[in-house]
Design a protein around this ligand. Structure first.
Ligand code: HEC
Ligand code: HEC
Length: 388
């Protein structure tokens, strides 16, 4: 542009340039925000430094140990079962579970998320863990919350270290890993290390072995179906809250114990008018901004093959149902995420998209063997000579 052109003339020609550009672009893109190439590229997860094996081992033991819950009746693995993709899909009678259990006396109102790759949520700049992003700013906080939350494990941190100190196995594990006595903080560090070791391994997407159907599905994911607008980057999530209009799971309102669970969390978090909401408010619980009612943090799409049912309340049972849901333009809510529109996918396109989603799960299941915890244990007197 001519440097000597008067400012007003420069302004006019700039505005004209923008207008011409806007006219040349398909209006749908202007209305829908930036074009897909602006999104963080899909790809393998960044390599994580290998965790200290003996600390991970201590974490694995704690993970299966019911003694770190208040009534010594449930462990992390009760809800995040390694044999069920670190989620809970079936109860003890083998019945499907859309919603999580909770500490005896209460029931929860959301689905249990997987812990595989959960450590990568540390990279989310704006939100914490949990479906609504309310759970802690780092994984150590989340572990403390899960342990002490009355609805989950109802544990007291002082009791936790006492119980660890009474078990010779933990006493020696704490000596080995920390060169000293057990404390609840050391227990939490071990649990964090354990979770950091739960990372996807050989998903066909990462090993470059996509089937033809999955390759076509990827093109749809990044193109016509627009999934990449929210599920992007190596973790397949933008770490942001969106309202996709997932219908309420009415069991939350039919079952008085789940209903009380929801009410308790709403009022504990200072949600305005906690007793009138007839829905899961999602991220509103964190932001208290009415525009955020019904938003949930975009979840990862890795390991989906082992983590059905889907969504914060488990209402969609299969990946085909999820794709059908998006094909309809998501659910019914206002304001619904602007990215969602009916997609007009053919049946073949829907199954290609499912094939792509399936390709994001490791071929070798990410799991661990259970640890047998003795039901009785000997309180110790002079183990390692530290007490006398
Ligand atoms: C009674 C069932 C139950 C138990 C026991 C339990 N959890 Fe959870 N966990 C859940 C549910 C349900 C959520 C989702 C909560 C929400 O979003 O409202 C969750 C969320 C989490 C998250 C966040 C995951 C993510 O990606 O956002 C982590 C991490 C976690 N739990 C770790 C643990 C650990 C470690 C233990 C043991 C100390 C544990 N949990 C015990 C049910 C349970
Ligand atoms: C507007 C952002 C957005 C777009 C676009 C989007 N998603 Fe989602 N997705 C989300 C959010 C948010 C959730 C969680 C909603 C909830 O739990 O209520 C989710 C959940 C899911 C789940 C369930 C994961 C689980 O662990 O339960 C799958 C699968 C999924 N999306 C696949 C897709 C596919 C395939 C597309 C493209 C057709 C797509 N998404 C487009 C934001 C989006």
């Amino acid at each position: 542009m001519n440097a000597r052109m008067p400012t007003s003339a420069r302004h006019v020609s700039l505005v004209m340039g923008v207008t011409i550009l806007a006219l040349a672009r398909p209006t749908v893109l202007v209305a829908d925000g930036p074009p897909p190439k602006a999104y963080p590229a899909l790809g393998p997860l960044p390599a994580v430094p290998a965790r200290d094996a003996s600390l991970v081992e201590m974490g694995r033991r704690l993970f299966f140990d019911p003694r770190i819950s208040g009534d010594a009746g449930l462990s992390c693995a009760t809800c995040h079962d390694p044999a069920q993709g670190f989620t809970r899909q079936k109860n003890a009678e083998g019945k499907p579970m859309q919603l999580s259990d909770a500490y005896p006396g209460i029931r929860y109102f959301r689905n249990t998320p997987t812990l595989i790759n959960t450590a990568f949520k540390a990279n989310f700049p704006d939100v914490g863990w949990g479906w609504d992003g309310r759970m802690g700013a780092n994984l150590n906080d989340v572990v403390r919350d899960q342990l002490t939350e009355t609805m989950i494990m109802n544990m007291d941190m002082r009791l936790m270290h006492e119980r660890m100190k009474q078990d010779p196995v933990y006493v020696s594990m704490c000596q080995e890993n920390f060169g000293g006595e057990c404390s609840s903080g050391r227990g939490r560090k071990a649990l964090v290390a354990f979770m950091e070791s739960l990372v996807s391994t050989d998903a066909p997407f990462d090993t470059g072995e996509l089937s033809d159907a999955a390759s076509r599905g990827r093109a749809l994911f990044e193109g016509k179906a627009g999934c990449i607008r929210c599920h992007n980057g190596p973790y397949f999530s933008d770490g942001e809250p969106h309202n996709t209009g997932v219908p309420e799971n009415l069991d939350v309102f039919r079952d008085p114990l789940r209903h009380i669970g929801l009410r308790a969390v709403l009022s504990n978090h200072g949600v305005p008018k906690a007793d009138i909401w007839r829905r899961d408010v999602g991220y509103f619980l964190v932001s208290k901004d009415y525009g955020d009612v019904g938003k949930f943090i975009t979840p990862t799409l890795r390991e989906l093959v082992r983590t059905a049912p889907y969504m914060h309340n488990g209402v969609l049972g299969t990946l085909a149902e999820v794709v059908e849901f998006y094909d309809q333009g998501g659910g019914h809510d206002d304001p619904l995420a602007y990215e969602l529109k009916p997609l007009g996918l053919s049946e073949n396109e829907e199954s290609d998209l499912v094939a792509f989603l399936e390709s994001l799960s490791s071929r070798t299941p990410v799991t661990v063997d259970p640890v047998e915890i003795p039901e009785t244990y000997e309180p110790i007197e002079d183990w390692l000579g530290v007490h006398n």
